[in-house]
Design a protein around this ligand. Structure first.
Ligand code: SF4
Length: 450
């Protein structure tokens, strides 16, 4: 398992896999072919289907500013990983260099099938069961365990993450107006924050304030602002909302917050190690579900709960998101993403509270490791239409109800899906397998060039 620095990163929204990862891919290619004047990029799978809504094309053009950039969206040619892209750089002498990148989630990329050199495993343990046993034997809290493995400099790194999280909420609360894109959504974080001031009960006020913070960071993300992958950008409102709440409303010391971030990072790392944090691989359970588990562990740590109670909080936070699909309307990280972050932030508080008392009255039968394993298995069984392709779920129902005009690429993809679904049952099965597992030699790509 790698350092939690690889998990918690600061970068441009709205998507760690569809914006941050492709940006790093373009930077890598730029470093590999510094003389190149032309870059031909092909986005496959989920990157092709939701790349426009996720601003993938925008970040690629921005990163390669001053160069000639051609981008093709090929959602027909199946790839092993749904977030695959190729970049071909052409040098002034006509020679070319092509690399294949896979954006595996949280901004991490694989280059030509390999992880970059910097991504070394530093943790000797890969499950929470192993870590809990080690901590018990050595009388360590989970945050102390992280410091032991990562070294004291992790505090310096996390202090930057802390600041960036607070900023993402603060900036989001300071803005009103409309989010970019075709959904024409208004920013509502500040309005919610104002509403919280007039709530009848303290409980309502606390919950609404927290949710307004989650809206704030998520709206920053949706507008391409700077946020922290926690563990992803689509889920960047959950943990930061709690960090802001514990800092501003609860006045917790910075040291307590940093220790909470270590524990949250450890939980996110374990999910990435043993399952995935990519919505394109396992649906939203892997993004907002993982974020809720991290945030619940953060609350439990800040509230000085035991290692067992922290585990229970993380397990509850993830377990009740199992099966959650990823179906962003028109591919924008807005509906259902922003509201979902807000709901998960209060769920994290509930999970930590329940864990605190539950562990006093009964022994937990379901461990955190078990839920992570279940999430992975469930993610594999989710249909690709519900894994960040915008081909089903809310993405289809909201469009069918005529609220928004159809995006041309989404429309073409939806027509292809319709062909598959209208095939005879036995053909249908074959058709779906073809679509997911095999290259279709007859498939012609549908380029959208710039
Ligand atoms: S639905 Fe969830 S996983 Fe999908 S883009 Fe939105 S936040 Fe990310």
């Amino acid at each position: 398992m790698q350092t939690i620095k690889e998990l918690l990163k600061i970068g441009p929204g709205p998507s760690s896999s569809h914006t941050f990862g492709p940006m790093r891919a373009a930077q890598d290619m730029l470093a590999s072919a510094p003389e190149a004047k032309r870059f031909d990029i092909t986005l496959f799978g989920s990157l092709a289907l939701t790349g426009k809504g996720h601003l993938t094309d925008e970040i690629l053009k921005k990163t390669l500013k001053g160069k000639t950039v051609e981008i093709r969206f090929d959602w027909k040619t199946p790839q092993e990983h749904p977030n695959t892209m190729t970049i071909t750089a052409t040098n002034p002498d006509g020679s070319t260099l092509t690399k294949t990148y896979v954006s595996i989630g949280g901004g991490k990329i694989m280059i030509d099938g390999k992880m970059p050199q910097s991504a070394k495993d530093i943790y000797p343990h890969t499950t929470l069961d192993e870590i809990q046993a080690y901590c018990k034997k050595n009388y360590l809290r989970l945050d102390e365990y992280v410091t032991q493995i990562e070294g004291k400099e992790i505090d310096v790194y996390l202090a930057k993450i802390y600041k960036a999280m607070l900023n993402s909420v603060k900036k989001g609360l300071s803005k009103t107006g409309r989010l970019p894109g075709k959904l024409h959504l208004d920013r509502v974080a500040y309005a919610l924050f104002e509403s919280a001031q007039t709530c009848d009960s303290q409980a309502d006020q606390d919950a609404l304030l927290l949710q307004s913070y989650a809206y704030a960071a998520s709206e920053q993300n949706a507008s391409g602002g700077t946020v922290v992958t926690a563990p992803t950008m689509g889920s960047c409102g959950v943990l930061p909302s709690l960090v802001y709440h514990y800092t501003i409303d609860k006045q917790m010391p910075k040291k307590t917050i940093l220790n909470g971030l270590k524990v949250a990072g450890l939980i996110g790392n374990l999910i990435q190690e043993n399952a995935t944090i990519s919505g394109a691989k396992a649906g939203c359970q892997a993004e907002v579900g993982a974020a809720c588990a991290m945030a619940a562990a953060f609350c439990a740590s800040c509230d000085r709960m035991s290692n067992e109670q922290i585990e229970c909080a993380a397990e509850i936070g993830l377990e009740h998101h199992l099966g959650l699909t990823c179906d962003p309307v028109m591919g924008y990280v807005m509906i259902p993403c922003i509201e979902r972050n807000a709901v998960a932030s209060t769920r994290a508080v509930d999970a930590a509270r329940l864990a605190k008392y539950l562990r006093n009255v009964k022994k937990n039968r379901v461990s955190f490791d078990m839920v992570v394993k279940t999430m992975n298995l469930t993610g594999k069984k989710l249909p690709m239409e519900l894994k960040e392709t915008s081909l089903d779920g809310l993405a289809v129902v909201v469009m069918e109800n005529g609220r928004y005009g159809h995006d041309p690429i989404q429309k073409e993809a939806a027509a292809a899906k319709e062909n598959h679904l209208s095939a005879k049952p036995d053909q249908k099965q074959e058709g779906i397998q073809d679509m997911e597992n095999q290259a279709d030699p007859a498939a012609s790509t549908s380029p959208a060039s710039f």
